[in-house]
Design a protein around this ligand. Structure first.
Ligand SMILES: O=C(O)CCC(=O)C(=O)O
Ligand SMILES: [Fe+2]
Length: 431
């Protein structure tokens, strides 16, 4: 139906032409208060009814054809605007679709790699607290962050890696002399944690003698070098761990490092696990799990992964993200004991290792733990006013036993977490 207020016989007027020009210029920006007509639900949901043009015209101060005499046909005019609006609406719909598709594609491609903050370990502990803000966020959200300037030289890494390569290339029978049925028990063979995973444990505080008890069984030569190198690496990791724990305490509250380090963390001890992953050839067609989903039982863990990569962390919503290897950078993650001690203010998140290439992968995981007898309980001040304690007090060693009592190596067993062990069921408390 044509607009009902036009005078089709009136002569064309110059002022009117100007108004038209103004009208056509003023429809570009969303911020322009006049523009929303294009986005107006009335037009978008019902784009072409005549009433909309009336609204459209009045909104742009288009003089009413009743009050102006003009020769232009309002019918024609409304038809032109109908077509223009139709084209614009279609264009906007396509633009939106295009944006949605590219956003979705970009999200799915980039979402698998996680960018974590990097903490410079050469900074003094007293450094500005604001420098810790990104690390604090990452500890709450991911339970993972990265460190640089950690004081371990490339030279030491290349020595450790060479010795470990030699160790894992020994015949299975030799390595099994240190296996679960031996007296030393430092070697975990294939098919315990996964068919593609084996590891050797070297425990502190005397890393030299722990390395020696394995080296005596494994090597004829190089015993001394093996013990020296692993002792050096173990002590460097222990020093780093002490500093990282102090930083974690600082994150929980300025001054907490002075308040709680001596009382709760000074007897912590560490052990190193050298992990070797040997993927099957079929890995080229389909990636395989090198180490299943698990949380660490430690307070903190420091991980070196070689250039192959494959370490992944699980988000709170259950999505897996890659933590890519970077030169001279180590990965730090919060373990279950610190999660419980901090009353969940620091997160111990599930992680795993996925093998994607047919190449051996080597990693060094250093676990820093409470002493066995430590009663793990979160101080009131750390829990914070207005929050409730989420864990019953427990002995560190009892949690370790609880985890080890699961089928050997079943890291992924659901429910075998510190929450399952000592978590207070808040429903029970409130009932
Ligand atoms: O191999 C890695 O990168 C991580 C190993 C790990 O998570 C562990 O040993 O607990
Ligand atoms: Fe782990």
């Amino acid at each position: 139906m044509p607009l009902d207020h036009t005078n089709k016989t009136a002569p064309f007027d110059r002022g009117y032409k100007k108004q038209l020009k103004r009208f056509s210029k003023c429809r570009t920006k969303e911020s322009d208060p006049r523009t929303p007509a294009l986005f107006h639900p009335l037009i978008v949901s019902n784009p072409f009814p005549q009433q909309s043009y009336r609204f459209f015209l009045s909104r742009y101060n288009f003089p009413s054809a009743e009050s102006r005499t003009c020769s232009i046909s309002a019918d024609k005019l409304s038809h032109q605007y109908a077509v223009a609006t139709q084209v614009l609406v279609l264009f906007l719909v396509f633009l939106e679709l295009f944006c949605m598709i590219s956003f979705y594609a970009a999200e799915n491609m980039s979402e698998t790699v996680l960018e974590l903050p990097v903490l410079d370990m050469s900074l003094p502990l007293e450094a500005d607290q604001s420098l810790l803000a990104p690390v604090a966020d990452a500890c709450r959200k991911w339970g993972f962050f990265l460190i640089t300037n950690h004081g371990v030289s490339e030279e030491l890494y290349s020595k450790v890696k060479n010795l470990c390569k030699q160790l894992f290339s020994l015949p299975p029978d030799t390595k099994l002399k240190l296996g679960p049925f031996s007296s030393v028990k430092s070697y975990t063979p294939h098919f315990i944690a996964s068919p593609f995973f084996e590891s050797l444990r070297v425990s502190g505080p005397d890393f030299f003698s722990s390395a020696q008890s394995s080296a005596d069984v494994l090597f004829d030569q190089q015993k001394q070098e093996f013990c020296n190198v692993l002792e050096e690496y173990g002590s460097k990791m222990a020093d780093l761990s002490k500093k990282i724990v102090q930083i974690m305490l600082k994150i929980l509250g300025e001054g907490s490092e002075n308040k709680y380090y001596e009382s709760d963390f000074k007897n912590c001890h560490g052990y190193l696990r050298v992990n070797n992953y040997s993927p099957p050839e079929t890995v080229e067609n389909q990636e395989v799990e090198g180490l299943g989903q698990h949380t660490d039982m430690s307070c903190i863990t420091i991980v070196y992964q070689d250039e192959i990569g494959g370490l992944q962390v699980r988000s709170q919503s259950g999505k897996w993200f890659d933590i890519s290897p970077r030169e001279e950078i180590l990965v730090v993650n919060i373990g279950d004991l610190l999660q419980a001690w901090s009353n969940d203010r620091l997160r111990s998140s599930e992680h795993r290792v996925m093998l994607k290439a047919p190449r051996n992968r080597l990693s060094l995981a250093f676990f820093w733990c409470f002493e066995d007898d430590k009663a793990v309980t979160s101080p009131d001040e750390v829990v914070g006013e207005g929050s409730v304690k989420l864990y019953k007090p427990f002995r560190a060693v009892d949690y370790i036993k609880f985890r080890e009592s699961s089928d050997p190596g079943k890291f992924e067993k659901v429910g075998f977490t510190v929450k399952g062990f000592a978590g207070i069921n808040q429903l029970d408390v409130t009932q």
